[in-house]
Design a protein around this ligand. Structure first.
Ligand SMILES: C[S@@+](CC[C@H](N)C(=O)[O-])C[C@H]1O[C@@H](n2cnc3c(N)ncnc32)[C@H](O)[C@@H]1O
Length: 219
């Protein structure tokens, strides 16, 4: 990936003034969106894989090309790692890997989260790397923490890590988690010389500061 990405530019300079109101409204209600047929089909692949070999689950939501999914499969050899992205174009750029403990689903994360919750499945780890920032203030409800599906993510649990090159996004996410009853930690990601995803690599090579939020939602 080229290293000429511009930092996120937004008309928001602080946390969104409606953040608390929106998050509180969503955590009080149950997200009941209609589930698209292609997402049900994708989920059936996940179920079949788990039925064939039951293992604890790791999600790599919004995985893009799935480079991170393959790397996470190395880090968690006894888990099933599931990368989810809605873009067939991105997933088609996945590099060949010999590991057999991960799969990639072309699907909408919100629907897969909903089906996992419906079936009572829970996560050991949940990675959310560089989700689309939706930087315009008017788009708060498209951000993960402003979306009606946010409570599903809370129910799925596990060790959660969210990364972004937009500090405000990570701070809002941490604040939303706090409002929902989960305390976490925000820190700047050090350059360890090995980037977990292609967007991480692109942003780092473009000189951006990278931010991480982590929390344990394991009971
Ligand atoms: C900025 S990219 C980050 C990709 C990858 N995590 C990385 O760090 O390289 C955001 C990704 O989110 C995907 N995406 C956006 N909304 C989605 C949704 N509702 N469900 C699944 N994927 C989605 C896009 O297709 C895109 O690949």
């Amino acid at each position: 990936m080229k290293a000429n990405s511009r930092p996120v530019s937004s008309n928001q300079r602080h946390l969104h003034p409606k953040l608390a109101e929106v998050v509180r409204r969503h955590v009080r209600t149950t997200h009941r969106g209609e589930i698209a047929a292609h997402n049900i089909q994708a989920y059936e692949r996940l179920s079949a894989e788990l039925n064939a070999r039951p293992r604890p689950l790791v999600l790599d939501s919004f995985c893009g090309t799935g480079h991170s999914t393959a790397a996470l499969a190395e880090q968690h050899p006894d888990h099933l790692i599931v990368g989810i992205d809605k873009s067939a174009r991105r997933l088609a750029k996945h590099p060949h890997s010999l590991r057999d403990n991960y799969l990639l689903l072309q699907a909408d994360c919100e629907d897969i989260w909903s089906l996992l919750v419906r079936d009572g499945l829970r996560l050991d780890y949940h990675y959310i790397l560089y989700p689309n920032p939706w930087p315009k203030a008017a788009h708060l409800q498209r951000r993960i923490h402003g979306h009606p599906s946010f409570p599903l993510l809370l129910t799925l649990g596990g060790m959660l890590e969210l990364r972004s090159n937009w500090q405000i996004y990570v701070e809002e996410f941490g604040c939303a988690m706090h409002l929902a009853g989960h305390r976490g930690r925000i820190f700047r990601l050090a350059d360890t010389g090995s980037d977990l995803s292609l967007f991480e690599q692109k942003y780092r090579n473009s000189g951006h500061q990278l931010w991480s939020y982590t929390a344990s939602m394991t009971p």
